[in-house]
Structure formats: structure tokens, C-alpha cells
Write a protein that binds this ligand. Structure first.
Ligand SMILES: [Zn+2]
Length: 387
């Protein structure tokens, strides 16, 4: 099968995030099996989804990883002109949910299997396909956990998110939390008997807002369209009636950090204010008061050096020899980078078409990606590197 035929098969599996991706993973696994390649799966807790990982070629040296996520965003409420899970092809484009984000890349990788397996590779190629990327790199975090125990890890990685095949070296990181503030309810005529959860939540939100103002004036990186880390509260819920001092208030916030700023220490600053200032005050009036933080999603930023080996390598195999701007969307690259796998984001299709109705990838982009995989395989056959 060529990459277009494989893509049509991949599109037909509805792998919307949080739904099972196992049918797609089975299909990929069988395809690998047909070429004599064994793969391992890393499941989620209830075994309904899986990451797939495999090494082709020598297993005692680092080599090159090709990575992509198998999930797609929902089509609910979108106005499609054709069935999103039935790939439609015209002279220029392949249309369907996931064509550009990012089953197109996976299809090109799988279409390269016959070449990969016909002769011996001197440098190994690793495949890493994840689940639930779109809801916060959930699957890849599990995969990275299990990869951290590998004796030999890939040395460099290509993450095939849609970049129009240009090579992207940077994106912001992101973390999001749900905060629950629990105080003490009472009649609003006697407010000093209660601990007002809405008001304490509001103080914490105001603190998060001042961190955003500070970020606007401190670390600035003009290569991003929003050139600083951002702090944002997106929703809030609390209280039942005006004449009752509210017991509970919940809100969600996110931080999108420049990769050169330490995300953990920014989160720590918020937690410190919540615990050492607000909670101390609340508990002095009602000892059972609580402020809890539940992490909803997390991925680190990416900050690859333009002079790095991975950039040099990608430039040699990529027929579209163009460096892309840093991007606003997140990828799994930062997670892999935290394992010491230097990554470049580079894949077919444009982020402009991702997540939209009538999502498409152009045939020209698929051709470029096929060519990149061909060049990669050729190089891995001819050269032993990344030991
Ligand atoms: Zn994506």
C-alpha cells in the first residue's frame, strides 16, 4: 500500500481522543507483523487505548525516532461536506478527519516499511505512536515513563505534526489545573461565622493575573507571536445563593510558558501563595478549610538548538529545506526531549487545516513526506550513527 491508501485506512478508524484507538493500533501492528517487525504496546489504565513502540534495526544503539499521535479531535458540531471518516480524494487534496493532524505523517512512515525491511539498517529507526495527545499528551506521558527505563533510547526524534514540512524547533509548554477552594458556609447576615470560598478563590485568581502582568514585562522571546509566558483563568463556579456564604468555589487555570522559563517554579509560586497566605488565613478561622490543585494536562516546551545534530540531520533528509517559525501549538516533542531525545517537529499539512471541518492534506505535502522517509531509510542503511 502507498501512503494515500494507508491514510484512507487510518482515517476510517474513528480515534477521537478518549475513545479507543485499539482497532487502529491492531491495524498498524498487523502491518508491522507482515514485515516481520514485532512491536510493544503501552496501554492506559483500563486497557482501552494503547501507545505502540518498536525498534527496527540494531537494538543496541540510539538511532532515530519517528513519532505521531493516533487520536483526532471530535467532529461534533462541525459542518463537513463529506463523511469525515471516509477519506475523499480530489486532484490536489486528501480530505478527512486526521488527514493533516496527524495520520498523514503516520501513513508516510508505514508506507516506508517495505524499504525499511528489505535490507539491514545500520542505524535503527524507532516508531512511537501515541494516544490522547489532543487532550494534553496523555498517552505519550505513559510511553515516556516506560521509555525512561530503556537501556538504549533514541538519540533524535522527528515529530510529524503538520508544519507544511518545515522544521520547527520551538514551542511553548503548558500546564492546566482545576483548583477547589473549600471554606465554611453560613447565613450571609453572619459572615464572620463563615469562610467565603468565592472570595478566597478571587484572591488567588488576582494573584495569577499579577503573574501574567509580570511575565509581560520580564522574559521576552520575540520569536513567539505572544512573546512571553501567559497565565489565564478560563472558568469559575461557586456559591449557591446570595444570602449564603459560599462553601466551595472551583476554577481552572493554565500557564503556557516560554520553554526557557521553568514551568514547575511558576506553578510552585502559585501554590505557595495559596497555601502560605490564603490557606493559613482561612484555617485560622476554620481549620478544615482546603485549597486543592488537580493537574488536568501537562507538556513541556521545546527549545531545540538550531545548531543541533537533529536539525542538521533533518535538513539533509527533508526535501523542503526550510526552517519554520516557533509555533503556538504544543506537541509531544518536549516530553521526548526531557528523555534526552532531541526533537524537531516536521510533518505534512498545515496547522491551519487542523481541527477544522473538511480537514485536508495536500498530495504534494504527502509526496514530500514520503521522500523524507525514503531519504531517512537510505541514510540509516548506509551510515551507522547515533551510537
Ligand atoms: Zn496533532
Amino acid at each position: 500500500m502507498n501512503s494515500e491508501e494507508i491514510l484512507a485506512r487510518l482515517i476510517a478508524f474513528d480515534t477521537t481522543s478518549t475513545q479507543s484507538n485499539l482497532e487502529l493500533i491492531d491495524f498498524v501492528r498487523n502491518l508491522l507483523d507482515d514485515h516481520g517487525i514485532a512491536s510493544q504496546l503501552v496501554h492506559n489504565e483500563d486497557q482501552s487505548r494503547a501507545n505502540l513502540y518498536t525498534t527496527i534495526g540494531p537494538d543496541n544503539i540510539g538511532g532515530v525516532m519517528l513519532s505521531g499521535h493516533t487520536d483526532v479531535v471530535p467532529t461534533t458540531g462541525q459542518d463537513w461536506n463529506s463523511d469525515p471518516y471516509q477519506m475523499k480524494a480530489n486532484a490536489d487534496y486528501l480530505i478527512g478527519r486526521g488527514t493533516c493532524d496527524m495520520k498523514g505523517f503516520i501513513a508516510c512512515v508505514l508506507a516506508g516499511l517495505p524499504q525499511i525491511t528489505t535490507t539491514q539498517l545500520q542505524t535503527p529507526i524507532h516508531l512511537a505512536f501515541s494516544y490522547d495527545e489532543e487532550i494534553g499528551c496523555v498517552g505519550a506521558r505513559k510511553l515516556v515513563d516506560s521509555m525512561s527505563t530503556f537501556e538504549v533510547k533514541p538519540r533524535i526524534g522527528l515529530i510529524g505534526e503538520p508544519t507544511d514540512m518545515s522544521m520547527v524547533l520551538g514551542h511553548k509548554g503548558k500546564v492546566s489545573y482545576r483548583v477547589t477552594v473549600n471554606g465554611l458556609s453560613c447565613h450571609s447576615a453572619y459572615i464572620s461565622n463563615g469562610v467565603n470560598a468565592v472570595e478566597y478563590a478571587a484572591e488567588l485568581i488576582a494573584f495569577i493575573r499579577t503573574m501574567n502582568s509580570r511575565a509581560q514585562q520580564q522574559t521576552i522571546d520575540p520569536s513567539y507571536s505572544v512573546p512571553h509566558s501567559t497565565f489565564h483563568v478560563g472558568n469559575i463556579n461557586g456559591g449557591t445563593a446570595l444570602n449564603i456564604v459560599p462553601k466551595t468555589c472551583e476554577f481552572e487555570f493554565e500557564i503556557r510558558n516560554l520553554p526557557q522559563e521553568d514551568l514547575d517554579s511558576l506553578v510552585h509560586e502559585i501554590k505557595l501563595y495559596a497555601n502560605d497566605v490564603l490557606l493559613v488565613d482561612m484555617q485560622s478561622r476554620y481549620p478544615q478549610s482546603e485549597i486543592s490543585f488537580d493537574e488536568l494536562s501537562y507538556y513541556p516546551g521545546l527549545h531545540t538548538d538550531p545548531a543541533s545534530t537533529v536539525m542538521d540531520y533533518t535538513r539533509r533528509i527533508n526535501p523542503v529545506n526550510r526552517r519554520g517559525d516557533n509555533v503556538s501549538f504544543g506537541t509531544e516533542a518536549g516530553l521526548f526531549d526531557s528523555l534526552g531525545i532531541n526533537c524537531v517537529v516536521c510533518g505534512p499539512g498545515s496547522i491551519d487545516q487542523a481541527h477544522k471541518p473538511d480537514e485536508f492534506v495536500s498530495r504534494v505535502q504527502m509526496k514530500y513526506c514520503d521522500e523524507m522517509i525514503k531519504n531517512l531509510v537510505h541514510r540509516c542503511r548506509e551510515t551507522s550513527e547515533f551510537r
